[in-house]
Design a protein around this ligand. Structure first.
Ligand code: SF4
Length: 394
């Protein structure tokens, strides 16, 4: 088995024959390790076209809200959190959060992605009241809030099961769970970089519970902790396996997969290894593009692969769209977690996302959190002054 024969066989892949041509972990690792970049991206681009033949690339107008930075989990790669009692802790009031949602409504947004730390000072009633408040005041905004580790934290504080926490939050208006906190769903990696986060099984269990009651979920992947390529594919495999099972049991699973390299500028993980981690770990653009292409080829049961502009920039996100990704991410309006470890661009306007998509040769289409397509107005005529025509990618 070598990369040439694997890619040759993948030429026969169609949506109807996805099972027959499914990539194994070993095959994906061989491609990741040895296939030349252009061969890999061409195969991934061809696969993207089978899922999205019309050449449309989606994006979302949304807002991030990081409601509290109090956290007890101490992930090595996180510069955002502050331990309880630290003088830089904050928890936003309902009014502050609501004001942020109002700003999103003013630009025609459709969802908020709200994540924070695992804050033991907040009772379950605070979360229920917050979601009720937002549902009542912003009925048209989808509320994707609290990643699995936050749900676990709420369950610990309240003495309830994570399933019961999810059910009660859904009853008051929760729409979905962000995919954050997955990082690497591989025991050896996780126990090194975020030992208090618990095993990968916990993240997968909470996500399955959310999917079982109809909450919208997405899957993420942070890589570059020094793990092997085989472990990166193993992470994808854990998600692919749950996706198979959830689609069979509940008729739904993750809407999308998004990966980005760990940021190492300012956190303790970057400073480890006598400061060398910052230089030798993480991943640059070429490695990132390989990762996107592998994820497109590996996930035959998740149709949407998202490009990550906050960590890679809009230019590399554009290259990701030519390497298997079909979604340009979202406007975000603010981002405080990943950016605390080193990224500087924390917001993209709708026109920036449209421009990125159009100039890569695709058609921009606005979507909501569930990937329903929305009416899209091209914010500005972007192409009129370009020196050369844009090649169509469809
Ligand atoms: S990544 Fe999340 S769980 Fe980990 S320390 Fe930061 S806020 Fe806490």
């Amino acid at each position: 088995m070598n990369w040439q024969s694997i890619l040759q066989r993948q030429q026969g892949w169609t949506i109807d024959k996805a099972n027959e041509f499914r990539l194994s972990i070993e095959e994906a690792t061989e491609l990741y390790s040895n296939a030349p970049l252009h061969e890999l991206t061409m195969a991934a681009d061809k696969r993207r076209k089978l899922f999205f033949p019309s050449g449309e690339v989606t994006y979302l107008v949304d807002r991030n809200v990081n409601y509290t930075n109090v956290c007890t989990i101490n992930c090595q790669f996180c510069s955002f959190y502050r331990p309880p009692g630290h003088d830089e802790t904050y928890t936003q009031s309902f009014e502050e959060i609501s004001n942020r949602v109002s700003e999103l409504e003013k630009i025609g947004g459709s969802r908020i992605l709200m994540q924070g730390g695992v804050n033991p000072e907040l009772p379950f009633s605070w979360y229920l009241d917050l979601i009720s408040h937002l549902t009542n005041n912003h009925p048209n905004i989808q509320l994707d809030c609290f990643s699995p580790i936050e749900i676990e934290g709420i369950a610990d504080v309240s003495g309830m099961s994570t399933f019961e926490v999810l059910k009660q939050l859904k009853e008051v208006g929760l729409h979905g769970l962000p995919g954050g906190g997955a990082e690497m769903l591989v025991d050896e990696v996780r126990s090194d970089v975020s030992p208090k986060k618990g095993s990968p099984d916990n993240w997968l269990r909470v996500m399955e519970e959310a999917q079982s009651i109809g909450l919208t979920t997405s899957a993420t992947n942070v890589f570059g902790f020094g793990e092997s390529l085989n472990q990166r594919v193993e992470h994808m495999s854990r998600i692919r396996t749950l996706q198979d099972s959830s689609i069979e049991k509940y008729g739904r699973g993750f809407t999308s997969f998004i990966a980005w390299p760990v940021q190492l500028e300012t956190n303790s993980f970057g400073k480890r290894n006598r400061g060398q981690n910052k230089y030798v770990l993480g991943a640059g653009p070429t490695e990132y593009i390989r990762h996107v292409a592998i994820s497109r080829l590996f996930f035959d049961n998740i149709s949407s692969i998202q490009a990550s502009w906050p960590t890679m920039g809009l230019g590399i996100a554009q290259m990701a769209l030519l390497s298997g990704a079909n979604d340009a991410g979202s406007t975000m309006m603010e981002e405080n977690v990943v950016s605390a470890s080193g990224t500087s661009k924390i917001s993209a306007s709708e026109i920036e996302l449209q421009n990125t998509i159009i100039r890569a040769g695709f058609i921009p289409v606005k979507r909501d959190s569930d990937y329903n397509l929305l009416h899209t107005e091209i914010v500005e005529k972007i192409t009129k002054d370009l020196a050369a025509p844009i090649p169509s990618q469809h």
